[in-house]
Design a protein around this ligand. Structure first.
Ligand SMILES: NC(=O)c1ccc[n+]([C@@H]2O[C@H](COP(=O)([O-])OP(=O)(O)OC[C@H]3O[C@@H](n4cnc5c(N)ncnc54)[C@H](O)[C@@H]3O)[C@@H](O)[C@H]2O)c1
Length: 379
């Protein structure tokens, strides 16, 4: 399928790095409202630049548009693409406002199109290995999930020196204005909604722990940088998801079931190991004495992320960015293109994307919503 990219910034390079994993996708051209960004990106990747969004949308070859703009532009750009009859794969969140996200999904339905939202990491090997273990009954009935999206105090790091492959600066001001929950909650909300279905009720708390991020932005321009969302899935399990820019980096996931615990080390690594332990959190290796030694060593210590019985995770030859984001970003658009070709519903699309977006928006700014919150959307 012929695709186009709108938004030639930091993340666009992650998509270009992983484009060769999907030879069925052909990049027709790119557009950015900042001509310098478009020129730099296009020169690096040898891509064609469209002068305007209208010019891009006038090209009849393009079937799917990747909206990789900043979150505040997502709604307007996606709406224009849908109105021009194009399927859309949007970076997260679908929109900054629940009503706008609802409008996009309704518009897509009205036009017979699909709109999906990143992240697509749930299609990766680690998530699928974890899912298979749950479905195969490795932990009995899943009851509780602890999901961490702690990104540490990135605002204390030397982020002004961070550049993407083609030279785009890391958009610090935008990251801090949008908020780490809107930026990151989707990574695990997509997994949990894929595993357990829709959320029936959520109680969230969020706070602004560092109103001064050193960027010169006024406190009012800085979003909450910490949130905890407690989710009750209609199918039964409950989950606690934490997103923050305070505690040290931790992107682990633990699923506690009636018969055991599954732990994944890093949700941003498609090849992350997944471990199985007993309900007390102990590893029961075949060589019994090894288990005893480990139990002695772990007494009182948080060794919970990185040992246990290894759960099979398929290996992959896919190229991924050589950063902390070791994921095949183009897998989402590729899966969408395949579904469109087959006349099927794309993964992560429409009502599913809306549900994840709604939960993320509410968790990001919990003080604006009555708690417990019952989502308007479902899938
Ligand atoms: N930075 C990361 O590591 C990262 C990782 C995963 C996902 N994301 C997501 O990717 C998206 C983009 O983030 P980024 O880091 O690439 O930001 P960025 O600021 O580096 O790039 C965004 C680009 O979009 C362009 N743009 C904005 N509005 C536009 C419009 N209306 N029309 C055309 N171009 C427009 C900007 O000029 C800019 O070049 C966000 O939704 C973010 O959540 C970012």
């Amino acid at each position: 399928m012929d695709i186009a990219i709108v938004g030639c910034g930091f993340v666009a390079d992650y998509y270009m790095t992983t484009l060769p994993n999907h030879p069925e996708l052909r990049l027709v051209g790119v557009f950015d409202r900042d001509p310098e960004a478009a020129k730099r990106f296009a020169a690096f990747h040898g891509a064609r630049v469209f002068e305007t969004l209208d010019a891009l949308l006038a090209d009849p070859a393009i079937g799917l548009v990747l909206n990789l703009t900043n979150p505040s532009s997502h709604y307007a750009v996606s709406r224009a693409c849908l109105e021009a009859g194009r399927h859309v794969y949007s970076e997260k969140p679908l929109a900054m406002d629940i009503g706008e996200a609802e409008h996009l999904v309704a518009l897509a339905r009205e036009k017979g199109l699909q709109i999906a939202s990143a992240p697509s990491s749930v299609l990766g090997e680690a998530a699928q290995g974890l899912r298979r273990a749950i479905v195969d009954g490795a932990i009995g009935e899943p009851r509780l999930v602890y999901a961490e999206m702690e990104d540490s105090m990135v605002f204390r790091e030397n982020y002004r020196s961070w550049r993407s492959l083609s030279g785009a600066p890391w958009p610090a001001e935008d990251e801090f204005a949008v908020g780490c929950t809107l930026e990151h909650a989707g990574y695990y909300l997509t997994w949990l909604c894929e595993f357990f279905g829709p959320v029936e009720e959520m109680t969230a708390f969020s706070a602004k722990l560092f109103p001064d991020k050193g960027t010169g932005q006024a406190p009012g321009e800085i979003a909450n940088d910490f949130s905890i969302a407690c989710l009750r899935f209609r199918s039964g399990p409950v989950a606690r998801l934490t997103c923050g820019l305070a505690a040290p980096s931790d992107r682990s996931l633990h699923v506690v079931g009636t018969e055991g615990v599954l732990s994944l080390t890093d949700g941003w690594n498609a090849a992350s190991p997944v471990y199985l332990r007993d309900t007390a959190g102990h590893w029961r290796p075949r060589v019994g004495v090894l288990g005893k030694v480990m139990r002695r060593l772990e007494r009182g210590r948080p060794l919970k992320h990185w040992f246990g019985k290894r759960v099979p995770v398929s290996s992959s030859q896919a190229v991924v960015p050589e950063t902390s984001s070791r994921m095949d970003f183009m897998r989402g658009p590729a899966a969408m293109a395949e579904a469109i070709r087959a006349g099927a519903r794309a993964p992560l699309a429409d009502a599913f994307a809306l549900h994840v977006t709604e939960l993320s928006i509410v968790a990001q700014s919990a003080e604006r919503f009555p708690m417990p919150y019952r989502p308007r959307s479902t899938f």
